[in-house]
Every structure is written in C-alpha cells, then in structure tokens.
Design a protein around this ligand. Sequence first.
Ligand code: CA
Length: 433
Amino acid sequence: MNSKEFARRRRQLMHMIGHGGIAILPAAPVRTRSRDIEYRFRQDSDFYYLSGFAEPDAVAVLIPGRDNGEYLLFCRERDANKELWDGSRAGPGGAISTFGADDAFPIDDIDDILPGIMESCKRVYYTMGVYPEFDSRIADWVNSLRARESSGVHTPQEFVALDHLLHDMRLYKSRAEISALRKSAKVAVNAHTQAMQMVRPGLYEYEVEAEFVREFRRNDAWVSYNPIVGAGANTCTLHYIENNACLEDGDLLLIDAGCELDYYASDITRTIPVSGRFSPEQRVVYDIVLEAQLAAIDKTVKDNHWNEPHDAAVKVITRGLKKIGLLDGTLSRLIRDGAYKEFFMHRTGHWLGMDVHDVGDYKVGDGWRLFETGMVTTVEPGIYIPASRKVPARWRNIGIRIEDDVAVTNSGPDVLSKGLVKDPDEVESLMQR
Ligand code: CA
C-alpha cells in the first residue's frame, strides 16, 4: 500500500473528527507465546490502516487543524545496540521522512508531551476496551489534566468511540484495497489448487496444511487464521484445527485456509473427495451447497441487504435437505422454524478486509445494512451431517462448505477468489492430474 493511501485515510478521518478533536491510536502490544518467547509481531489493524507503521511501542495522534502538525507519531528511538539484535527501527526521524508524520517524538516522552496537546482539544476519539493497559494510560493523562483544572488547565469534555468512525471507513474498500485483497486471494487460490492435486488416501491432514504454509511463505504471506484441514468426521467440526488425522479413502476433506498478504486477508474453503471421486451421497450434498453458494453470490449486490445472500442459501439448502429426505415438512414452514439449522448452523458470510472477520456493522438501526460498492464479504454456506444425527448411515460424516471472497461492485459481485475450481466435475478432474 503506498504512502498516499495512508495519507488519504488520515485526511478522511480528520475531516470526520473536525477541529477540536484528537484521535489517539496505540500500536499493538508484543505478546508472549510461552516463557520468554514472543509471537511474531502483527500490528494493530486500525493503527496500521492510518499509519502504515509496523513497529510496536508506538502511538499515532491526529489533531485536525493543529498549526504545529496534525499527525504526530510517537515511536521507539533508534538504538544501534538494540537494532543489532532486533532489527532496524524508523525512529522519530524515519517517522517523519518515511511515514509522513508532521512531527515525531520518542515513545518514552509521551507522558510529558501528549497531555499538553490533549489540553487544547475538546473531544478525544479513542477506542476503549481493546488494550486495557493503554486505556488506563489515557485515564491517567486525563486525570493529570483534571488535577490541574483549578489552576486553569482545560480538560477535554467529550470522549467519542473512535472505532465507530474508523470501522465504518474500513468497511468501504478503496480500489487499492480491493487490489490487495485480490492478490491475497490469488495466493490462497494457488495454495488450494496445489493442495487439491496432492491429496490422496494415506496422507495426514497436517501434510496438507504444510502445503498452504509453504505456498503462503513463498509469497511473503502468512496464514490469516489457523487453517482448518479436516477429513471424514472432522469435516463436521466447524472450528477443527487439530489437523492430525489420516486421510481415508472414501472420506471428504474440508479445507478452510487463507492468507494475509500486506495486511489484507483471504478466507477460502473447498471440500474435496480424498479419493479424487465423490461418492453419490457426497455429490448430492455437494451440489446442494454449491447451488446455495451460487445463489448467495448472486444476491451479493448493491442495494440488497446484508441478509439476502443468507436467505437465498437457506432456501436452497432447506429445499435440498427436504428433497434428500433429511428434513420433512413444507418448505416455508421448515425455513420459518429454522429446521435447516440442524445441518447449517452458521451464517453465510462475514466482512473481509485487513481482518478476516473484518470490522463494520451488519445492522444499521433496526435493519440490515445495504450492500454498497467497495464492501467485501465471504460467501460460505455449508451442510454438516455429523454421525450423531439420526439419519441413514450413508449420509453421516458428510461436511461440506464452499467459501469465496466477494467484492460488491457497480457491475455486480466480483469473486476475488474465482480462480479456484468448485464445479464438482472440475474438482475431480483437477485431482486426477
Ligand atoms: Ca470465513
């Protein structure tokens, strides 16, 4: 993402905040994995969205209309010895020259500098509750001003939820963001394609998972969530991540895996037959899920409301389950009573962006949000028939989900992950190769 894009976002947010406001955003904290080993650092999405700055121990501050600089960045100072161990730092100088800050300061000086800047502001825009330690620092700064109110020090009077503004901005993806999401999807599509070609009985789920990690890292990407690679009965466990069972002949394999490339996520699911050929029952259920997914994608268009793809998927799935005898009753009644939930127990999608389950409200007021150009969602209906369901044995342990990433455009749904086969005949022929 180029620096102009970050500058544009800051301008847009500052325009919404207006004079008298100050927005404060902390970087993500470094998190411990075990004992003294840390997780690989991943910047906070809101912070990165506005700054493009990937270092920990930083705070971004926006003060629209401030004469001495509207965009301030507090960050780690340069330190030759520490950089020798942990890699290079931008330092306040780099924050200005490379990251477009109007002014920058060492993070260790923030207690001395920031309260004085807050003093001149009426409204503080901040997202509470994400980083409790930083919440209490904000409270400390405000209290330090309040303590001096009797000597004429001004205290901001209003606290506003920053996420309310920022997450609405993030919901509408720019052209550059759609392109970043498309690249991320493409890497995941290639990984899925290669995995499909390697799958055969006798492999272990983790060997298939390894194929994804290899392809992601080869492209400078990381997994955007723990991949789900589940065969047989595991296809029916929605959040299965053990990924340690053997692939048996005759089973299905459900793979839900996506990557994060340059801070943008993909999220793709395919379900394939371990043997390379669907059994008749697997094929029948697969056809229902695919029809549901295509119907849902067709509904992912401008001015439709958020739930219309789900409604379309529910209709196709309920009708299909009734047709194969797993549900009994009239279609309208089965839908009204939610009978399908025994086999389709999740929603049909979620927003996708810098986060896999991206920000943005699904409802506005009492109603579902309408789709608008630039919104990106997953479309991922499924049918799951665990062995515990009272159904004829031949249907058991069939779990199928098909998921693509879809952008809403002026000319209809744009499937960002469209390079990946999902037609069952095409899946079979790809697996024969
Ligand atoms: Ca998903």
